[in-house]
Design a protein around this ligand. Sequence first.
Ligand code: IVH
Length: 670
Amino acid sequence: MDKHEAEKEIQKLTEQIEEHNYKYYALSKPAISDFEFDKLLVNLIELEKEFPELVKPNSPSQRVGGFVTKEFQQVKHKYPMLSLANTYSEEELNDFDERVRKVVTEGLEYVCELKYDGVAISLIYKDGLLDQAITRGDGTQGDDITTNAKTIRSIPLKLQGSGFLSEFEMRGEVYLPLKIFERINKEREDAGDEPFANPRNSASGTLKMQDSAEVARRKLDSTLYYILGENLPYKEHYESLEHAKKWGFKISEYAEVVKDMAGVHAFIKKWEKKRHDLPFDIDGIVIKVNSFRQQQMLGLTAKSPRWAVAFKYQAERASTTLNSISFQVGRTGVVTPVANLHPVLLAGTVVKRATLHNEDIIKKLDIRLGDTVWVEKGGEIIPKITEVDLTKRKTNSVAVEFPKECPECNALLIRREGEAAFVCPNEKNCPPQIKGKIEHFVARRAMNIESMGSETIDSLYKAGLVNTIADLYDLTAEKIIPLERMAEKSATNIIEGIEESKKVPFERVLFALGIRHIGETSAKKLAYHFKTMDALEKASTEQLLNVADVGEIVAKSIQDFFSDPHNKKIVERLQEKGLKFALGEEEIALFSNVLEGKAFVISGVFEKHSRDEMVNLIEKNGGKHVGSISSKTSYIVAGENMGPAKAEKAKKLNIPLISEDDFLKMIEKK
Ligand code: IVH
């Protein structure tokens, strides 16, 4: 293909992809399968790789990210980003209506919308192209996060149709769907990082990540609710959103126009219960005057418009008694107080435990054993205690003391500077920390040592056979057969599993070491950046900071790990035992991001590759291998002898079957 042909082909593919993206996100009416869509995208990416000079800043290929921003530029907002006045009751809302009606005497209509609990964003479009995406910041100026926003599939890079102004701003919310929030938190816990408190924090943290490929992987979503520009050709807010939808924006499908406060109250009532079934968090309802002329008559205050107001739902809460507090020690030594409650029904589930997070929270609540407490389920998955009902406090109650010593090993607890958590510093001798590190090491996504559950680890530890991850490689079947509930067969399985783990690739060995703040993704990034354990170990702070999403804290954690003699010894022993401490050349050549965000099930036998090789290829190219078919599966790579049950399930869930060759084409390098 010559350059001229490539240019034409790139344009054709771009138009097709944009068209399908629009059908998928704005209209919720996909016209082709995900597989076909991805084929178009992969073709485009490949072609652009061949002709990099033809890549346009708004090409759909920008969706997969790959740009690293070390520092975001501050940008001043053309129109300040205001917030909304909050109301909490019917009366307060009626007061708002009264204020509006003093100014607007006829033809009043309200638009009721959901109040998405995410991060406010301003998108600037010039001649139909996304030009800039800016966070709210302090309302006057925010951060330019354009490269990250481009990875959000529901934000159009190029507008469809016609009738939009040559320059305008679109405001809305970027949020994280609940399912994805849960996935991210799971990954954070695996890395020994504190999980995000709620999807909103998670969305805002994600938008500020330096590596846009990582942002793409997190799958943020958006909803747009406001157009701003000079001389807008519309009379009403609702109408303007309908136009925006035609241009490709994702507009909430839940907005309604109502005539009066009865309509507003009905909308609130309707969503009071139904909001728990939404796949994202909302923290209330927004009520807006529909007519732009009336909005202008009402005007703004310094902080918020007079033509709109938010109504916040009370979080669902229940009252129960606090029976006791347990202090749990995690893999990283963090001591977490957990409240044991008298079981109580809350938002459809029975709650028996609630997190108390840390000492500061216990002190702030002034919580005492036997207290009657209020438990709430907000955006958070784990319920929390928000208040003590002092009217029910018993006279002789005493304050809860946070232990000074580790409840597991009696070491004096410490509190690191700037952190709220107490930590047991006895990393090398504290049983839950030792066992936790080993559990992490053998986990499926780390060294994948099968048949080694937490019970086995517990007995190995108690028998004095393993104290560190390196000890695993000194085990023999003879040593472990005498353990309680250990049959010969399971002993051989364990030893075989340990032997097999020596083939696990470097990036997973690195993750398995359990270095604080190093999750699966950052382990991969570090492995591909430094290529050998030795290079990583010797890396200077500057060199570490050159890796996307490695900041001072992560860099320090890596250096602390490798400068500790105890860890050094473990690492040395692992190397002697023959674990993979470097990437293979062919591994480096195979790495790409083309399967980013896709989940594959592989089934049957293949002609050109073993199953393990197939899994490897999926992961090396940024995809995910999953064991069983679900609605989240993107493709099934079907080999010879695929089971009929699988084929049936795939058909039922409408998941495309692809052949080994189809798959290889997806990852083919030109
Ligand atoms: S309208 C001029 N509509 O709530 C006011 N805001 O507390 C423009 N939000 O900063 C805001 N859903 O981040 C509006 N349907 C919705 C909303 C919404 C969520 C957020 C937005 C805003 C905050 C105000």
